[in-house]
Design a protein around this ligand. Structure first.
Ligand SMILES: O=C(O)CCC(=O)N[C@@H](CCC(=O)O)C(=O)O
Ligand SMILES: [Zn+2]
Length: 337
């Protein structure tokens, strides 16, 4: 299946000198390229209680479907088919990796936020993380206390998944989980949510922690190259984002326990060395249950063994760089009271 890219995505993939970096779209929406992969759109008259909405995609360059979804939204705002009511910042995370169809060039970008880029200065993704943090900071600094701050970081996963579409709620420290956001995720077609239990160097943790945004990583299906995505499988997120942007989201009842399953991150499988061995076949899907006593992975003397029979595996990947997470063991969870 092929899709045509709008002038926004064309510019990201093949940047050319722009006659002007700011211009006016349909309905008086103003658009501004902050750089070749960051575009900010503002309605002519944002509502007093508008939300500042950050959409990021292409943080991993081979996860192309969300890039095409966001590009379609930008295109329809530009033509006037979609009426924008909120300030919107779109960040195309890793344009070089998008051009190569790779997850990253030098280092996984989604391990370099929250200042973690500093020791890696000089690497392409370290420069990107620093820049993306700056864009997010400038955008959210414009929001007043009366405004919402939302960040949806759109991804697709390497493996298939028991729950095709799921979300990751960054660790909130003392802040409560928002049932209204969990309800909106259900409206997007999200089938399960992982509640992180510790800080991370991901983009969604950064905006959640540094800017108190309602921030999520959304895993929306399987990663495929440009031209191979079946965008009908992304209709749920597409429609929900469009409703969010044009203020037509129906009233949604708050998330109730049991609406969909929640999981808590129990521990990470860390690849300490090249001796790391994962004892799961490549066909094992995300959220597969791990039988009690099963050897999940080992790394020299360290052995990761499943316990209890209710644990599940998420993002198993022995190919990560040493020192990084090679999978997450999760377990069923309930929301805090
Ligand atoms: O499929 C995989 O193994 C990775 C998919 C992916 O990119 N997931 C994100 C999750 C980020 C988070 O924990 O919030 C990542 O690994 O960066
Ligand atoms: Zn990703």
């Amino acid at each position: 299946m092929t899709t045509s890219h709008s002038r926004f995505l064309q510019h990201v993939l093949q940047p050319a000198a722009l006659a002007e970096t700011s211009w006016t779209l349909a309905h008086g929406v103003t658009a501004c390229w902050h750089d070749d992969s960051a575009v900010e759109l503002r309605p002519a008259t944002p509502a007093a209680n508008c939300s500042y909405i950050l959409l990021s995609c292409g943080i991993h360059g081979n996860e192309t479907a969300p890039v095409e979804v966001v590009d379609g939204i930008l295109s329809d705002i530009a033509s006037g088919r979609l009426h924008l009511h909120h300030p919107l910042l779109v960040l195309f995370g890793n344009p070089q990796a998008m051009r190569c169809g790779e997850r990253y060039l030098d280092y996984d970008l989604n391990r370099l936020f929250n200042g973690a880029h500093q020791p890696h200065a000089g690497l392409y993704e370290a420069e990107r993380a620093a820049l993306l943090e700056q864009h997010a900071s400038r955008f959210f600094a414009q929001a007043g206390p009366e405004h919402g701050k939302l960040h949806y970081d759109l991804h697709t996963a390497i493996r298939g998944s028991v729950y095709e579409k799921f979300a990751i709620y960054p660790f909130l420290h003392q802040r409560p989980h928002q049932r209204s956001q969990l309800a909106w995720l259900k409206h997007c077609g999200i089938e399960a949510v992982l509640l992180h239990s510790k800080p991370a160097n991901t983009f969604s943790y950064y905006t959640s922690q540094q800017h108190q945004a309602a921030a999520f990583t959304l895993e929306l299906g399987k990663a495929r190259p440009f031209g191979e995505n079946d965008l009908s499988r992304f209709a749920g997120i597409d429609q929900a984002l469009r409703q969010l942007l044009d203020n037509s989201t129906p009233t949604l009842p708050d998330y109730r326990d049991g609406d969909y399953p929640l999981f808590r991150a129990k521990y990470d499988l860390i690849k300490h060395s090249e001796a790391f061995r994962l004892h799961l076949a490549a066909s094992v899907e995300n959220f597969t249950v791990l039988p009690d006593g099963m050897l999940i992975a080992d790394d020299g003397a360290e052995r990761y063994v499943a316990s209890g029979g209710e644990e599940r595996i998420l993002f198993p990947n022995p190919g990560v760089k040493p020192g990084l997470r090679a999978g997450i063991v999760v377990e069923p969870a309930m929301l805090d009271a």
